[in-house]
Design a protein. Sequence first.
Length: 212
Amino acid sequence: MRHEPNELCEKLKQSATPKMAKTIDLIHQICTEQSERGSCDFTIATIGRLSESVNGPKTQAIRNKTGEKYRALIQSWAEYKKPLKVITSKVKEQNAWVNDIDDARIKWLVMDLIAQNSKLTGQLQLAKELSNINIDLRPVANIDAIESSSHRSSTKSNLLPTEVEALSHSIEPERFKRNGWTVDNRGRVKGSDGNTIFKAGFVDAIEKILAI
């Protein structure tokens, strides 16, 4: 699992003094333990704090020019762990050519670029899916009014022309006059004998349907 960081660690020690080589081993061990804990935090601040706790180089020492080798090793761990979480086995197989790169650092940089591309592709796909979601931003009152109007239109559109004509015929003044019917102020239809033929609201209801 940690073949690449191990390889870089050995290369860094080859051009280092014995004292620095020992410190490189210490930094490498700290990163190894960080990885085994399942952490992906390989920032200089975190590794420096852990290093200081075991009498290793402090954060500032790692940031200094003389800490270049330490930073390279820490960066290799950060780049090595990051793509492993993002690149799927299928993508790994498609990008197997990366393993042919001899320079370990360039290899990890390429792997990181592939991982970033995979992540951005996923985000783009998610953005496309979200763009297809229609969000109604109209005020609730407007929506209720539109839906109410739509319901009324639907009610009338479900009626056949002959049915509409029959409703219209049922409240024609001439028909009322012939039959001796009258309509009170509540829309109730009464016969010549004063008895109720259609209950209150009948005429109003018919007129509302015909007015849509």
